[in-house]
Ligand binder design. Structure first.
Ligand code: ADP
Ligand code: UDP
Length: 237
């Protein structure tokens, strides 16, 4: 097999050309970053776990009717996806207060947010992913109003589906971030869903089981990801 052409290397993944022009291969690295890349470490096996985790979640969402870019597993750390024209907007939804919402609004961590709060951020590390609103997106042409409406609706639907999945496994889905992109005039969920991009707490002890363990130097990051994967039934070889 000839070596794949590397198109982009990000903080957590490498993007390679796929077997067809309309496909890409995502390679999940062990690299773990926080604070827009200021804190960076390698955590053994994280890439394999996140690839398996993401495949499981994407397949679940697809079965439930969510259009996702996910196509198939290619290897322990690789998955084939549709090549998307990514929209540079991060869609966040929050069921409980934590992280930047708690800091920005002075809301105690853990407060239940009903209905869930939705926020939009510009995907731009150099600017520290600033919060934006519909009028910024419209003015600067990052997405159409129709796309923003669809991204926000899909984010709410995905939240319903994932709250159901995680709560059945004794986990609280606190918040998460999604990215979307377009191919052939259609919108697809892109990027990844893994404990790197969401907050998950044990429902009884409220112990953190996600990347906050890394951000806060709590240790046991990969063990927590493995425990979440085991509880929801991700097949790990
Ligand atoms: P970052 O760019 O934030 O450091 P990653 O290391 O996860 O993040 O890199 C993956 C990159 O691939 C991201 O920029 C993401 O927007 C992009 N991406 C994810 N899915 C697709 C896709 N289906 N098509 C094109 N680009 C994608
Ligand atoms: N998130 C992410 N990538 C980002 C920013 C946020 O995956 O670039 C996720 C983060 O893991 C959390 C949610 O989005 O699950 C909300 O993050 P928040 O705004 O609270 O930012 P933080 O304090 O985590 O930087």
């Amino acid at each position: 097999m000839t070596a794949r052409e590397k198109l982009y290397e990000g903080k957590a993944k490498i993007v390679f050309a796929g077997d067809h022009p309309e496909e890409l291969v995502l390679h999940f690295k062990d690299d773990t970053s926080a604070f827009d890349g200021e804190k960076m470490e390698q955590l053994a096996h994280k890439g394999e776990i996140n690839n398996a985790f993401n495949a499981f979640i994407m397949e679940y969402l697809q079965r439930e009717g969510v259009p996702t870019h996910y196509l198939r597993r290619m290897g322990p750390r690789e998955s084939a996806v549709r090549r998307l024209d990514m929209i540079p907007v991060e869609c966040v939804i929050r069921n409980r207060a934590a992280g930047s919402l708690s800091r920005r609004l002075g809301i105690e961590e853990g407060q239940i947010l009903e209905p869930p709060v939705q926020e939009l951020f510009l995907k731009n590390d150099a600017l520290h992913d600033p919060m934006i609103n519909h009028s910024h997106i419209r003015c600067f042409g990052w997405a159409t109003d129709v796309e923003v409406d669809a991204m926000e609706r899909w984010t709410r639907r995905i939240n319903q589906l994932l709250v159901r999945l995680f709560s059945a496994a004794g986990l609280i889905l606190v918040d998460f971030k999604l990215e979307f992109g377009r191919q052939g005039g259609e919108l697809f969920l892109g990027d990844e869903f893994s404990p790197d991009g969401c907050r998950l707490w044990d429902a009884r002890s409220l112990e953190k089981m996600d990347k906050d363990r890394f951000r806060r130097g709590l240790g046991g990051v990969v063990d927590a990801y493995l425990e979440v994967a085991r509880r929801i039934g991700v097949p790990l070889d």
